[in-house]
Design a protein around this ligand. Structure first.
Ligand code: ZN
Length: 418
């Protein structure tokens, strides 16, 4: 009898006080569940939740002597930066220097024509539940903390956390044979040499940059699912997260074709044919994030290394014709011999590679949809195929700045084109 009664009343405990306590617990549990669901509905399941980190201002005295090499307005901005500003100790050796301070990040760029170095420190972190427990395969000591150093398209990037902010330092060599870009040693040395020059004390409130809305488009095209790479070209990442919601598709005019440059006709591992083969200029799209590149280490790829962006061909196989446009509003933070980096107001960095006729300059602002350059094949002294290589670097909780998969963000952006 007892057993039956219990089953019938959903395991309510006996005695009036116990029952009241029990019902209160059930009520509270439901309340918490509903509140959590409501909170999560602010950030759609497949997008990140942004937070601003607290800064522990550096205790050391800033190296103010270095600031003399910068303009008066840059010096003022550094003092007011909400992120502690780290710079190279030898900035006077670079003919071009530029520091930009925005509300939640700063960037610095130095070049002597042979090497281009950019540094960024940011306070905004995106939390993705599915990335919480992910091991960071490349973890190593970077400065005083854990971080990693990785390579993508011969551009080296160091990523680490310090003072509560996330930093990245990138190095690009104009000559692909430059020994400084052959191994992680030099970029590691640069990163360890950074010195604190000011900032980190300003309060900025808790307001987050708005997430831009994706317009409704009319585009009708077909694409393979994320993580499905061209057979034999590697192991993809099955991830339908929109890491960059609301971006503008980075090639001005459609159609455009996302696919592999290496495993398709005209590529070094592809079937016979030319890069202008019709097959390269047809739907469906193919994801090529994590395509086999043993040298480009990243824990975002199932095998621990891989292509860290998405390759996209413009509508026709013509060089220097099709315009590349900025995916977001932002600041131009780095221009190398074949790259342009633009950082959005949330600190997410977008990288556009292999262009010609670049029309922006470091330190300048761009609006979403502004022209940056033309889709080309620039890649040091050995040209690549005619395509745009597009990367997204985002500060992700537990990982710091990492290359995140751009494929689904690009699908959404393409679908929203008029
Ligand atoms: Zn690529």
């Amino acid at each position: 009898m007892r057993g039956n009664r219990r089953a019938g009343l959903a395991h309510e405990p006996e005695g009036p006080i116990m029952r009241v306590k029990y019902r209160l617990i059930i009520f509270l549990t439901k309340f918490v569940a509903i509140s959590t669901a409501l909170a999560q509905s602010q950030t759609p399941q497949n997008q990140g939740a942004p937070t601003l980190s607290e800064i522990q201002a550096p205790k050391e005295q800033p190296r103010k002597d270095l600031l003399d090499a910068l303009s008066k307005s840059e010096q003022d901005e550094i003092t007011k930066s909400s992120v502690p500003v780290l710079l190279l100790p030898n900035i006077r050796e670079f003919e071009k220097r530029r520091v930009v301070v925005q509300r939640i990040y700063y960037t610095a760029f130095f070049t002597d024509g042979k090497q281009s170095i950019s540094i960024q420190g940011s306070r905004l972190t995106y939390t993705y539940q599915h990335l919480r427990a992910m091991p960071n395969a490349g973890k190593m000591q970077v400065r005083s903390a854990e971080g990693f150093i990785t390579e993508s398209e011969r551009i080296w990037t160091a990523s680490w956390k310090e003072f509560g902010a996330a930093y990245l330092l990138s190095l690009e060599c104009a000559d692909e044979k430059d020994s400084r870009c052959q191994s992680p040693e030099y970029v590691s040395r640069l990163t360890n040499s950074l010195v604190y020059v000011g900032g980190g004390h300003a309060k900025i409130g808790s307001q987050l940059p708005p997430i831009s809305e994706q317009p409704k488009g009319t585009n009708d095209f077909s694409y393979n699912p994320p993580g499905q790479l061209l057979p034999g070209s590697g192991t993809g990442r099955q991830d339908d997260t929109v890491y960059a919601p609301g971006i503008r598709f980075p090639i001005e005019i459609k159609p455009a074709y996302a696919n592999s440059q290496v495993w398709n006709p005209g590529g070094s591992n592809g079937p016979p044919g030319s890069q202008c083969d019709r097959k390269n200029y047809a739907y469906p799209w193919w994801d090529n994030f994590c395509e086999t590149r043993p040298k480009y280490k990243t824990s975002m790829c199932p095998l621990g290394s891989g292509h860290q962006g998405q390759d996209v061909r413009p509508s026709t196989c013509e060089k220097d014709k099709h315009a590349t446009v900025s995916a977001t509003d932002g600041t131009v933070v780095h221009i190398g011999s074949y790259s342009v980096f633009i950082t959005a107001p949330d600190g997410t960095q977008y990288r556009y590679l292999h262009m010609s006729s670049v029309v922006v300059s470091v330190g300048g602002s761009v609006s979403k949809g502004d022209q940056i350059g033309r889709v080309s094949n620039a890649f040091g002294s050995t040209p690549t195929t005619i395509h745009l290589h597009f990367e997204i670097l985002q500060n992700v909780a537990d990982l710091g700045f990492v290359h995140v998969p751009p494929y689904i963000s690009l699908v959404k952006a393409y679908e929203s084109l008029p």
